[in-house]
Design a protein around this ligand. Structure first.
Ligand code: NAP
Length: 266
């Protein structure tokens, strides 16, 4: 089996990376950063997002696994004290694959420019540095509302515990292939009106965001933000692709949620 390790880059993560790398090579596994079957992220959820984006071109062949060197991660669920156990598991045990849905984002320009296509593990957020975001929101081809406010966040189920949660969105179990739209400070008064509640869309519904003026938009895909001008439409839907996690032991989603946000009592 070929493996690669992405580290957060701090001393602790680098030491663990080197230890795991050496031991797995001794177990006759091949370290291959180009075409790994297994990618281990050592750091936090932010590091896991980087690992996902680095290897998203081969999602069908690669499984991901996270070891966290900070506080409990949503994607990184092994701790440094378990590193020897993890090395043996990787070297000796066939792993179970668990798949989670992803978000497909297409940014289409008004004229000529390149179409941008992304996959997000957590979310896509749309903001602007030029006053309020004003967009027509279309769902499955039907106009739904004209949004005015700070912006919108469109998240995956596994991203629902990240930015989406801070915006008052619901937590969605990753076995539900869906996306969630949450508002950022919408303007609501007698003239302007939005739904106000988070919307959860199934995998056969596409959400389109049509800017109604010529502002440029700060569009963030997970941890990467870029400024886009000349935007005709931003299309969001559940992706055909999925992320594959290597699971050596069960770690139920609701236990992660409880341990992260409610209590770490067993
Ligand atoms: P960051 O601002 O350095 O970290 C954001 C925090 O979100 C970190 O504590 C990170 O955990 C955590 N996180 C990431 N994915 C998560 C998930 N699926 N469930 C629960 N928590 C999660 O940014 P970053 O490390 O580059 O990560 C980018 C992510 O930050 C974005 O995808 C977005 O979801 C999140 N974000 C959150 C807010 C907010 O909550 N108000 C605002 C902006 C962005 P680790 O410490 O383990 O890395």
């Amino acid at each position: 089996m070929k493996f690669a390790i992405i580290s957060k880059g701090d001393q602790k993560s680098e030491e663990i990376k080197e230890k795991v790398r050496q031991h797995l090579i001794e177990f006759d596994l091949l370290y291959d950063e180009e075409e790994p079957d297994l990618v281990l992220s050592v750091g936090g959820d932010g590091t896991f997002l980087e690992a996902f984006h680095r290897y998203q071109f081969r999602l069908e062949e690669t499984a991901f696994l996270g070891l966290h060197t900070g506080h409990l991660g949503f994607y990184a669920d092994w701790v440094p004290e378990e590193v020897e156990k993890l090395i043996i598991e990787i070297a000796k045990t066939p792993y179970e694959v668990v798949e989670y849905p992803l978000l497909d984002v297409m940014i289409r320009p008004k004229t000529g420019d390149e179409v941008h296509h992304f996959l997000a593990l957590n979310e896509c957020s749309v903001k602007t540095a030029e006053g309020s975001v004003v967009l027509d929101v279309t769902i499955k081809g039907e106009h739904f509302e004209r949004f005015r406010g700070d912006g919108l966040c469109i998240s995956t189920p596994s991203g629902s515990t990240a930015y989406n949660k801070a915006l008052g969105g619901g937590i969605i179990h990753p076995s539900l292939p869906s996306i969630q739209i949450t508002e950022m400070a919408s303007i609501n008064n007698r003239v302007f009106r939005t739904i106000g509640s988070p919307l959860i869309l199934p995998d056969h519904h596409t959400c389109e965001l049509h800017p109604i003026n010529d502002k440029s938009f700060l569009i963030t895909i997970d941890h990467i933000t870029k400024n886009y001008s000349n935007v005709e439409v931003i299309e969001c839907k559940v992706a055909k692709e999925k992320i594959r996690f290597a699971r050596f032991r069960p770690f139920p989603f609701w236990k992660r949620v409880r341990d992260s946000f409610v209590s770490d009592d067993s």
